[in-house]
Write a protein that binds this ligand. Structure first.
Ligand code: UFG
Length: 327
């Protein structure tokens, strides 16, 4: 069975990707330092504990498993934290990815699928965000991901490191079969925080900013189901292994929902009140991030099937109620 090295395979998106890779006939080898991931989320292939900054450990893992490709998820990914501790983001995300790509090149593994973000576009008023849009990140998280995209382009030119870059919009939902789901410690994402508040597991949700230039004053995001997202990654691995050219794809649905609309949908799905209060803006947040591209559908043949807000919240709520990570 062909192996794919999955950095961050113990995390939310990485663990779903491992499940999808396994279903597609690959063996996912998780490489994770467990800083934000969970070993019990590694269910679909071998686990190798290690840090992206540990070149010797990376060399050892490449030599042991000889993966045909790398799927690179491991990263710090909190916009708010990145504004307070940018050094963490540049060291962990940028230097860590650089170390990973150098190890991959040295091992002769020249196929990479990289998890980038719509946060690289920044806050661009009235701009349709497609893959050719300019990238002006307004937070250190987005800046770190943009820098990694640049490294990939330079490494392709110099070392033949071929890649698919996915720029995610907001990932939500959980595996409908309940094997893996979302759990961050600390949790910062809107939907899991809202479900916790509904359940009384934490205080009321705070809406970060109600004075944005949007119809209801709250930020607008494009939510995509984690299972649809990882399906695109399997298509991406096959794309690059088939010898197709390096390519960037947005992964979003093209539909934007405000924070208040997500609250309304959560109330409808759970049939419970959503306790919330209004608070100030969170530094680093963009007003509106919605994909304006159909390239993934047109070129990769990506067909999202679960990315309605109802299905994402329903799947997240089901996972939430299993209490998997109530530690
Ligand atoms: N929000 C609140 N209250 C909360 C949490 C979030 O109002 O307690 C709002 C945010 O201000 C934002 C929206 O809900 O407007 C979504 O926030 P998330 O924290 O769930 O997601 P982000 O949009 O900040 O970040 C996510 C990913 C990043 C990615 C980014 C692109 O975590 O990796 O989407 O927007 F880069």
């Amino acid at each position: 069975m062909k192996k794919v090295l999955v950095t961050g395979g113990a995390g939310y998106i990485g663990s779903h990707a491992c499940k999808a890779l396994r279903a597609a006939g690959f063996e996912p080898v998780t490489y994770d330092n467990l800083a934000t991931g969970w070993q019990d989320a590694v269910k679909f292939g071998p686990f190798e504990q290690g840090d992206l900054l540990d070149r010797a450990r990376l060399d050892e893992v490449f030599a042991t498993h000889q993966p045909v490709a790398v799927m690179h998820f491991a990263a710090l990914s909190q916009v708010g934290e990145s504004m307070k501790e940018p050094g963490l983001y540049w060291r962990n995300n940028v230097q860590g990815s650089l170390t990973l790509f150098e190890a991959a090149v040295a091992a002769g593994c020249l196929n990479v699928v990289f998890s980038s973000t719509c946060a690289t576009y920044g806050d661009q008023d009235n701009v349709v965000l497609d893959e050719d849009s300019a990238q002006y990140p307004i937070n250190a998280y987005g800046a770190s991901k943009r820098a990694i995209e640049d490294i990939l382009r330079d490494f392709e030119a110099a070392h033949g490191l071929r890649h698919v870059i996915f720029r995610y919009f907001n990932v939500a939902g959980a595996d409908p079969e309940g094997e893996v789901g979302e759990f961050h410690q600390p949790e910062t994402h809107l939907i899991p925080l809202m479900l916790d508040a509904i359940d009384g597991k934490r205080d009321a949700l705070t809406i970060f900013g109600t004075d944005y230039a949007t119809p209801d004053g709250t930020c607008i995001r494009d939510y995509v189901h984690v299972c649809d997202l990882v399906d695109a990654h399997v298509l991406g691995v096959n794309w690059i292994m088939d010898g197709k050219p390096s390519r960037v794809f947005n992964l979003g649905t093209g539909s934007g929902f405000s924070v208040r609309e997500v609250i309304d949908h959560s109330r409808a799905v759970t049939n419970r009140a959503v306790p919330y209060k209004e608070g100030p803006r969170r530094p680093g947040d963009c007003t509106k991030l919605v994909s304006g591209s159909t390239r993934a559908e047109a070129e990769l043949g990506w067909r999202p099937t679960r990315s309605t807000l109802e299905t994402m919240i329903t799947d997240a709520w089901r996972w939430h109620q299993t209490g998997h990570y109530d530690k």
